[in-house]
Design a protein. Structure first.
Length: 204
């Protein structure tokens, strides 16, 4: 079967590849703010766990709508960090990333990653959220400034990575570490199973 990843994230693609799952990347171009606004208008304000599924679904369905029916699965994912009831995606600026890290340092947040999987054989779709607690090191102002200056925090939800330059600044994780990278492999296995697909069916 063909697996299409509706995400531009190189970390998600690498996570799939590390598990033997070769995916074709197609970026949806979904307006995330508009998708969330529409969902909130229909159902009211939702939790972060719900919001990431809304975004993952929007991305997966946008790409699925461009492809013909057949032996293809389309996977959409999206991540948000929740800290003290506030929800954070990618920081809009370096100054915002610095301010966020000064709030995060020495504390813990929850990284939510939504998944939506569309089966183009049947049109069926399934989705859920994986959530993982992340403990952050108590960084100095100098460490924060240096990290933000690399540009990495501006490209990722929560302004950190665990598999890149930000790795030394994460002191612990409670849950599936793949979720923090942006794609939970155990949850993906469960979703595939609901559609009658085994992970080995997708091994290259």
């Amino acid at each position: 079967m063909r697996l299409v990843l509706a995400s531009a994230s190189p970390a998600r693609l690498a996570t799939l590849a590390s598990a033997g799952l070769q995916a074709e990347v197609r970026v949806s171009g979904v307006d995330e703010d508009a998708a969330l606004a529409a969902a909130h208008a229909r159902r009211g304000r939702q939790s972060a766990e719900d919001d990431v599924v809304v975004l993952a679904r929007a991305k997966a369905e946008a790409i699925a709508g461009e492809l013909p029916a057949g032996d293809t699965l389309v996977l959409g994912c999206d991540s948000l960090l929740e800290l003290d009831g506030q929800v954070y995606g990618k920081p809009p600026s370096a100054s915002d990333a610095v301010a966020r890290w000064r709030t995060m340092r020495g504390r813990s947040g929850v990284l939510h990653t939504g998944h939506w999987l569309v089966d183009l054989r049947s049109g069926d779709a399934v989705g859920r959220t994986a959530s993982t607690v992340v403990h952050f090191a108590d960084l100095t102002d100098g460490e924060i400034d240096a990290y933000v200056a690399t540009g990495e925090p501006l490209a990722v939800a929560g302004a950190f990575t665990v598999d890149g330059l930000g790795g030394p600044f994460v002191t612990g994780i409670e849950g599936d570490h793949h979720t923090v990278v942006g794609l939970s492999l155990p949850l993906l296995r469960d979703l595939l199973g609901e559609l009658g697909v085994r992970v080995p069916d997708l091994w290259a």
